[in-house]
Design a protein around this ligand. Structure first.
Ligand SMILES: [Zn+2]
Length: 117
């Protein structure tokens, strides 16, 4: 049987992450990864103005997932929504670490890079 995971946090999903779905764990919506402005992420601009509007580009899907994952990790790996009691009872840092391995992500790589360890 196929298993489906959120591409950002590794949360196991009932079905493939598709447009309109919101991951109850990291809170990201499928499709929200398509319009992340590269120049805002990399600091080229701190805001978009009419002058800069013609010079923007967007992160690729993979880069966007990476960016959103970093945000989620830096904000404390919190479980965001629990409308249907999906949140594991003992949700904690170690469970988040294990969940990320579902999508072959090593949490330690992020902690080292961000100096939060
Ligand atoms: Zn997620």
């Amino acid at each position: 049987m196929n298993k489906f995971y959120c591409p950002i946090c590794g949360n196991q999903l009932v079905e493939a992450f598709s447009i309109g779905d919101i991951c109850s764990c990291c809170g990201n919506e499928c499709g929200c990864d398509e319009r992340i402005i590269r120049e805002l992420v990399d600091g080229t601009y701190d805001k978009i103005t009419l002058d800069t509007l013609n010079n923007i580009s967007y992160l690729t899907k993979e880069e966007a997932h990476e960016y959103l994952r970093k945000q989620w990790i830096l904000q404390g790996l919190n479980w965001k929504y629990n409308d249907c009691n999906e949140k594991p009872e003992a949700w904690n840092f170690e469970m988040a670490r294990k969940q990320l391995t579902n999508i072959n992500i090593n949490l330690d790589d992020y902690l080292d890079n961000n100096g939060t360890k």
